[in-house]
Design a protein around this ligand. Structure first.
Ligand code: UDX
Length: 449
């Protein structure tokens, strides 16, 4: 099918690239002409595993193109995916101005009927407003618009794999023809008959994705409800960690056993510095806001948010306990990205740690496999090291802030010989206290003695 993608951020680029790889013809557009120029020159503006490779092959095969001319992109597709940003306003409410802008553009630029699909995360009832805007701004009554919601459940770092191997594809529609069209768009993925770039075409057999047809309101709600539940789970594990510390128990033993109950499940129960990134904090806030707007009490989610914010305080309690005075101490910050396998630092707990360390007068030596360039733009005066061991040299303390695989394999004998003091504060529980103490380190983590 001929598809348009509006917005070339994480969601738009992954969606466009994967749909092109699955055999569709995709035209992408973005309000940022610079970004389009880069994409046309073969430069991928974000780091996401496999993305560069599939964009390249789709471009060479002529199945994906980029234009800064939104009208051209809008006219090219039978279906249009809206993948623009919905950032939080000061109040926590989602800012839908980009969606509104795109709706007006589609209404005025389209010459033929379109299926308009919300892919961006939006609060429930946005579809209704989108529909209203499309008909209000359309000059041609023959051009009919149908609206659908198709939330993404992509995790940064594994977004391409998630796209090709989803557990569910949710489509919120107002009529059966939209559902049929969306099923056609996702047919290669549902039938698993495409060359998977993640597994080089030899994907392990796994359950097929559920294709769920719902109302638009439900689809919109599913996305917020899912992300908020995961955030809730993380905060729950973090409170359990605090309890474990007070009582003298081990959070990993507790959450592991909890997770074996299939009703609970073992994922997203890792205690530590808490969640960050561009999705969880903003989706939780937007969901709280939506509930308040319709008069529903969502205190449970407010508590999850509060617990998450307090993770940084908890970490600093440990830092103060261990280091005493922070001012003038040389601190190695291991990890800046909000999680492993991404260069994304938006709402990263690590950056909250960095801000606090700066306030308290620490000398920061930071390292991260991918996120240093972006962090440098925000904090130009920190010391950055490509080599982890250089970051650790002469350090009074090492702070682990992101769960990168490479940080799980640190040669602590070597690190210990380089550091001024053998002190590790592990914000992601990557090591066991026993192992670190056997190697002569003072070691602090979350929810363990
Ligand atoms: C998330 C959702 O997982 C995805 O479905 C949605 O579409 C977008 O938002 P992402 O933001 O990429 O994806 O991050 P995710 O991998 O879910 O991790 C979120 C944060 O939670 C990270 O900061 C991570 O470090 C933290 N986390 C995760 C924990 O602190 N503990 C855990 O047990 C799991």
């Amino acid at each position: 099918m001929r598809l348009s993608v509006i917005g070339c951020g994480y969601v738009g680029l992954v969606t466009g690239a994967c749909l092109a790889e699955a055999g569709h013809n995709v035209v992408c557009t973005d309000i940022d002409a610079d970004r389009i120029a880069k994409l046309n020159a073969g430069v991928v503006p974000i780091y996401e595993e496999h993305l560069g490779r599939i964009l390249d092959s789709a471009h060479k095969a002529g199945r994906i193109s980029y234009t800064a001319n939104a009208g051209e992109a809008i006219r090219a597709g039978e279906a249009i995916f809206i993948c623009v940003g919905t950032p939080p306003k000061e109040s926590g409410e989602a800012d839908l101005s980009a969606i509104d802008h795109v709706a007006r553009q589609i209404a005025t630029e389209a010459r033929t009927p379109k299926l308009v699909i919300e892919k961006s995360t939006v609060p429930a009832r946005t579809g209704l407003e989108l529909s209203r805007a499309l008909s209000a701004y359309s000059k041609n009554s023959d051009v009919k618009f149908r609206v659908a919601s198709n939330p993404e459940f992509l995790r940064e770092g594994t977004a391409v794999a998630d796209f090709f191997h989803p557990d569910r594809i949710v489509v919120g529609v107002e009529d059966p023809s939209s559902a049929a069209e969306l099923r056609e768009i996702y047919r290669p993925i549902l039938e698993k008959n495409f060359h998977c770039p993640v597994h080089e075409g030899t994907c392990p057999p796994g359950p097929k994705a559920e294709f769920l047809v719902t109302t638009i309101n439900s689809a919109e709600l599913i996305k917020h409800a899912s992300n908020s539940f995961l955030a809730l789970k993380i905060s729950y594990a973090n409170v359990i960690a605090d309890l474990c510390e007070k009582i003298g128990a081990n959070v990993e033993e507790v959450t592991h056993a909890m997770g074996l109950d299939p009703r609970i499940g073992g994922q997203f129960l890792k205690a530590g510095l808490g969640y960050g990134g561009f999705c969880f904090p903003k989706d939780v806030q937007a969901f709280i806001h939506l509930a308040a707007k319709v008069g529903v009490d969502f205190d449970i989610l407010k508590a999850a948010e509060r617990v998450n914010k307090q993770r940084i305080d908890r970490f600093f309690e440990k830092i103060h306990q261990a280091l005493w005075v922070v001012k003038g101490k040389r601190v190695a910050v291991l990890g800046l990205a909000f999680k492993a396998n991404t260069d994304d630092i938006r709402f990263a707990p690590a950056l909250e740690v960095v801000k606090r360390l700066i306030e308290e007068g620490a000398l920061i030596h930071a390292t991260d496999p991918e996120a240093m360039p972006r962090t440098k733009a925000l904090f130009p005066h920190l010391h950055y090291h490509e080599d982890l061991y250089e970051a650790l040299r002469d350090a009074d303390a090492a702070l682990i802030c992101t769960e990168w695989q490479s940080f799980r394999r640190i040669d602590w004998e070597r690190a210990g010989s380089l550091m001024a003091r053998k002190l590790v504060l592990d914000g992601r529980n990557l090591y066991t206290a026993q192992r670190m103490r056997e190697m002569g380190f003072e070691y602090y983590s979350f929810g363990r003695e």
